[in-house]
Write a protein that binds this ligand. Structure first.
Ligand code: NIG
Ligand code: FE
Length: 433
């Protein structure tokens, strides 16, 4: 079936360079007076990578078969028409970094931090990640799924169509698998979203291994990762928190090796992600670059030499500006990454401790107002950058083109300037198919 999308305020195709500065919307493929025809019910060209779950996704079932002026004699016939009412049509947003499956909340920690305690001090006194681990271990799959769906539904209203979700608040076999169960259940319940699972049992050392990160890493490598990669939610990535008091590069190297082995045992491939330089520089970024990580996250404490090497690599820099606001830290040097020719994504890091927000559009706005990106660079970072940070799942690469997946989003604005000018505006995105 062919669906004609017409009466667009404009089409932001995302075409253009994936590295380097962008000045204006023309650099990101803004075109006017065009229509889009989508063929639904066909499998789009999925490229080399496979979906995170067996569940079909909205755009996975749709392929763009025509973009051009309404008056063109070559416009193919269509079975249905959708009038976009002058709204802007663009690529769906890609949130490439979330910890959205968890139970409980840490609002009281926010108050402690605002009164002067640091994130690290709160973690050392029994709060932090381990507080959420306790609540998550007590939660059923059904409860975890309800919370996850609520957050995903919010994300979708801001424009997200592809969302990465890390485990990492279970930290034992049953609880990490329940987190994957919740991700699989959410994927089945929201076929219009594409969910990408990441295994992150190396998020913190749980209480039963207190003081013995080495022994916990043994357990993760021998028990957790083999079971997680055999789970139907099929994690596409493994992630590790490389930071003082959490895991070091020696642990990370063992985890990465074990994840590749575990994935290969079930005939899958796994990509590497790493949380590096969030608070201190402990060598995580150079290790991750040497390991050819798909992406590196945070980068608040990175030095210029490390960032220079990152910019020359194929590894995507994932900036998380909501964390900088939430933890009252400086922003990652997004301007330097773009100027240096690096691949940049911006994501929410939605989690209960350092970024309790589902709003990827706000993260993009902070990329402009805090990270000194141009609006076009910020929007590229939450579409193309995010897609690259996820290995272009299902062929989604942040650009809309004939033959590509119809990962589409309509924004309740006529011009993309309004997405940045109207700071903190209400949700304005709608899936159109
Ligand atoms: O990305 N740094 C590690 N993980 C999260 C924080 C998780 C938490 O505080 O619960 C982050 O900032
Ligand atoms: Fe994170």
């Amino acid at each position: 079936m062919r669906v004609r999308l017409h009466h667009l305020g404009g089409l932001l195709t995302g075409a253009g360079r994936q590295r380097g500065p962008l000045r204006d919307w023309g650099d990101l493929g803004l075109v006017h007076d065009v229509e889009v025809i989508v063929e639904i019910g066909v499998v789009a060209d999925h490229g080399p990578s496979r979906g995170a779950t067996a569940a079909p996704t909205g755009f996975g079932r749709g392929r763009i078969c025509w973009i051009g002026p309404a008056s063109s004699p070559e416009r193919p016939a269509s079975d249905h028409s959708v009038d976009l009412g002058g709204r802007l049509l663009g690529h769906g947003l890609v949130d490439a970094h979330t910890h959205a499956v968890f139970a409980g909340d840490r609002a009281s920690e926010l108050m402690r931090r605002l009164a002067g305690e640091s994130y690290q001090d709160i973690a050392a006194s029994g709060g932090g990640i381990l507080h959420t681990v306790g609540a998550t271990r007590d939660a059923s799959v059904a409860a975890l799924t309800v919370g996850l769906l609520r957050r995903l539904d919010e994300m979708a209203t801001w424009g997200a169509r592809v969302v990465e979700i890390k485990t990492g608040y279970g930290l034992d076999l049953a609880s990490e698998l329940r987190c994957l169960d919740a991700i699989a259940a959410a994927a089945a319940a929201r076929p219009g979203l594409s969910l990408i699972a990441t295994a992150m049992p190396a998020h913190a050392v749980p209480p039963e291994f207190a003081g013995d990160a080495d022994a916990y890493v043994d357990y993760v490598c021998e028990v957790l990762l083999p079971a997680m990669f055999a789970h139907p939610a099929a994690p596409r990535f493994v992630d590790v928190f490389i930071e003082r008091g959490y895991f070091d590069v020696g642990h990370a190297a063992r985890l990465w090796q074990a994840a590749q082995t575990a994935a290969a045992q079930v005939g899958r491939r796994v990509g590497l992600k790493a949380h590096v330089d969030e608070f201190e520089r402990v060598g995580g970024l150079s290790w991750a670059l040497a390991a050819e990580a798909t992406s590196v996250e945070h980068l608040l404490a990175s030095d210029a030499a490390d960032l220079g090497a990152l910019c020359k690599s194929e590894t995507v820099a994932v900036a998380l500006p909501l964390v900088s606001v939430f933890l009252q830290q400086p922003f990652a040097d997004m301007r330097a990454i773009v100027n240096g020719g690096g691949l940049l994504a911006v994501a929410t890091d939605c989690n209960p401790g350092s970024s309790m927000s589902t709003n990827l559009m706000l993260a993009a706005q902070l990329g402009v107002f805090g990270g000194r990106l141009t609006p076009a660079e910020a929007l590229r970072a939450v579409t193309r950058g995010g897609a690259l940070a996820l290995g272009c799942p299902g062929g989604v690469d942040g650009a809309l083109r004939v033959g590509g997946p119809a990962c589409l989003c309509a924004f309740e604005v006529e011009h993309p300037d309004a997405l940045f000018y109207e700071l903190g505006a209400p949700p304005r995105a709608q899936a159109v198919l």
